[in-house]
Design a protein around this ligand. Structure first.
Ligand code: PMP
Length: 286
């Protein structure tokens, strides 16, 4: 396994960052999780754009172009001879001193890891809870920034683990549903699909955008509006989207069984549509 580190490929054992890197010391960095399917990197441009937006928000000045960043991803897949993979692309503030002042870091650290990952073919479904941990408010650290600081999600994940379920949903500070620890959430009720708007405390998921596009193409009504716990509990169908999760139905939330524990018709339809397009939209590994 070869890992891209600041301009060159190194063996996994040699892929190390400094203990003075502010990505490690302060979570001062940004990242993307990306998938490749059948030799096509799914929506690579969108992922690279989101990475640069996250970096701009934190005023991290990435010293290579977006085109070069896309090439880093493609090259990492090529070097490792991977067609179906999960890719982790990371940019940190870089090496500084022990103070948090970002001006001490002269150059961002960039690395890219690719590991084999086969496409999912639908899933058994997941059990969930509503976490007591609130998603970071947009005026604290906007979840739109995909920063290396995932502690908010990790606190909720610890609650999910303690409850013996797969995933936890976080509410925003106003009590509306935000998202899962690493995924966006959708509710289906009486044939209408709804998901929280990007103005709430959510990451604008690339799979979320894809699900919205697919739903519109299929002629469903899809609304981006505030959801409450009540909407989750009374859903006809409930599903999550994410790069790693793809599109998975929720079978249980806080002990309530959704759709008799089965994937609903609309969820299945959207998953099938996603499976059709996932190896077709994006950049080819050539
Ligand atoms: N929300 C959070 C908090 C996430 O970490 C992720 C995974 N990147 C998502 C949503 C889903 O985003 P995407 O579909 O772009 O993977």
């Amino acid at each position: 396994m070869k890992i891209y580190m600041d301009g060159k490929f190194v063996n996994k054992e040699d892929a190390k960052v400094s203990v003075y890197d502010h990505g490690l010391l302060y979570g001062d960095g940004v990242f993307e999780g990306i998938r490749a399917y059948e030799g096509v990197v799914f929506k690579l441009t969108e992922h690279v754009d989101r990475l640069y937006e996250s970096a701009a928000s934190l005023d991290i000045k990435i010293d290579i172009s977006r085109e070069e960043m896309s090439k880093v991803v493609i090259e990492t897949l090529k070097v490792n001879k991977l067609n179906d993979a999960y890719i982790r692309l990371v940019v940190t503030r870089g090496v500084g001193d022990l103070g948090l002042d970002p001006r001490k870091c002269s150059k961002p650290t960039i690395f890219c890891i690719a590991e084999p990952m086969n496409p999912l073919l639908g899933d058994q479904g997941i059990k969930t809870i509503v976490s007591g941990i609130r998603r970071l408010p947009v005026d604290v650290l906007n979840p739109a920034v995909k920063s290396l600081n995932y502690l908010n999600s990790i606190l909720a994940k610890i609650q999910a683990n303690a409850a013996g379920v797969h995933e936890a949903f976080l509410l925003d500070k106003n009590g509306y549903v935000a998202e899962g620890t690493g995924d966006n959430v959708f509710v289906v009720k009486k044939g209408v699909i709804r998901t929280p708007p990007v103005s709430t405390s959510v990451l604008r998921g690339i799979t979320r955008d894809t699900a919205i596009e697919l739903a519109k193409e299929a002629g469903y009504t899809i609304l981006e509006e505030n959801l409450t716990i009540h909407d989750l509990y009374t859903a006809d169908e409930l599903f999550i989207t994410g790069t790693a999760a793809e599109l998975i139905h929720v079978v249980e939330i806080d002990g309530r069984i959704i759709n008799n524990g089965e994937a609903g018709e609309i969820t299945k339809d959207l998953l099938n549509r996603f499976i059709q397009i996932r190896g077709k939209i994006g950049d080819k590994i050539e």
